[in-house]
Design a protein around this ligand. Structure first.
Ligand code: G6P
Length: 375
């Protein structure tokens, strides 16, 4: 059955709004809150297989690559297993050394909405050649990636995504990555059931918070879109787990509105992008409170000192940040490793409204394809 737009003008808008539902669906049947257990029965790897995993190669393209970058933080933090992230198109040609010393401790983890991206599939085939098991976090049921994943596909169950710019598949990938990280932590014994229960609680509360974000940030995102839709450039800054969210915010804006946008780790700003900042440059700073918050605040100050226009994403009620920024977008707090799921939503909504105001073809941007099945 073809997906219908219903009352929406664009699939992208509909898919942004579907996120609370998608976040519920990706959790369904995979968590046992009472026992503090991640069940994730799709995985064909048992505790013993998972305990053997000491290194993970995460590969993907486009928005899914950003999900892989976020998942690295989740997996390393929760399960203490090393993760290397590659663009699939680079991975396949770099003769990756997946196993050394005959140790069978590697795993390939791919992220793909369509399950048909040619470079991602080639990476999985390379893993197979080297005898390394793979797990695919994938949306399309029965797709090639799902079939190639001998460790099991972890389906997003996000439903069809039609807009070329990925939204609900991205946030679902983040949650699926989190479930995988918790499942791995459970096998490695790096989290107690009581701790896992706390993570499950945060996951259960996430869809409601996503709905709250959509409702509360839309008016300010529309206002900001009206103010900035004529700019030629935009910069997105974040640190640590929110650096990939800065990349994703920039990608969303550039792919659908054709505004040149760059995502940068905020600490690197002084090594280049700061030269571009003037009074005409919107700089989106992701600054929800975490262990690196103070550093983000000084980056905000540095942008202001060069007369850049700071659009800050922060926790609701953060008056310090609101006072320092030109514009403030408040989102609810969740666990720091889950915060990217909420932080990206205003960036999607902002990009959407900018593209609409510029008269762009939001669902089918020029030169882009939903699924890249040729090189
Ligand atoms: C294309 C799409 C992107 C997507 C990327 C990876 O470039 O336009 O939205 O992120 O492919 O696609 P996949 O299906 O592997 O997630």
């Amino acid at each position: 059955v073809a997906a219908a737009k219903g009352d929406y003008r664009h699939f992208m808008h509909k898919e942004i709004d579907e996120q609370p539902r998608a976040l519920m669906d990706v959790l369904r049947g995979r968590i046992d809150q009472e026992r503090g257990l991640i069940t994730l029965e799709d995985l064909r790897l048992d505790d013993q297989d998972l305990r053997r995993v000491r290194r993970i190669y995460a590969i993907a393209c486009g928005t899914a690559w950003h999900a892989a970058l976020v998942a690295k933080f989740m997996i390393e933090n929760l399960a203490r297993v090393r993760v290397e992230v590659d663009y699939a198109s680079e991975f396949r040609y770099r003769q990756p050394i997946l196993q050394s010393n005959g140790e069978r401790d590697a795993l390939i983890l791919t992220f793909t909405q369509s399950g048909e991206t040619v470079d991602t599939l080639a990476g999985m085939e390379e893993a197979r050649r080297q005898g390394v098991p793979s797990v695919a976090i994938v949306n399309a049921i029965g797709s090639q990636a799902a079939r190639l994943a001998d460790g099991g596909p972890i389906y997003l169950h996000a439903g069809p995504e039609i807009g070329v710019a990925s939204t609900k598949a991205f946030t679902s990938m983040l949650v699926a990555g989190y479930l995988f990280a918790l499942r791995l932590a459970q096998a490695h014994g790096t989290l107690t059931p009581a701790q896992i229960r706390e993570h499950i609680q945060a996951l259960v509360e996430l869809p409601g918070k996503a709905a709250q974000v959509i409702e509360q940030v839309t008016p300010v995102c529309v206002e900001l879109a009206e103010r900035y839709y004529r700019v030629g450039n935009a910069l997105f800054l974040g640190r640590q787990i929110n650096y990939p969210i800065a990349l994703e915010g920039a990608l969303k804006l550039k792919e659908i509105s054709y505004i040149h946008a760059e995502g940068y780790p905020a600490g690197e700003m002084k090594h280049g992008p700061i030269a571009l900042i003037d009074e005409g440059m919107p700089v989106v700073c992701i600054a929800t409170r975490d262990h690196i918050y103070e550093k983000m605040i000084s980056n905000v100050e540095q942008v202001r000192a060069r007369h850049g226009q700071v659009i800050a994403i922060g926790h609701e009620g953060d008056e310090l940040l609101a006072a320092k920024a030109n514009h403030f977008i408040g989102v609810p707090a969740t666990l720091p490793l889950l915060q990217p799921v909420l932080n990206v939503i205003p960036l999607q909504i902002f990009a959407y409204h900018v593209a609409v105001l510029r008269g762009c073809d939001v669902d089918q941007p020029r030169n882009l394809a939903k699924s890249v099945t040729v090189e």
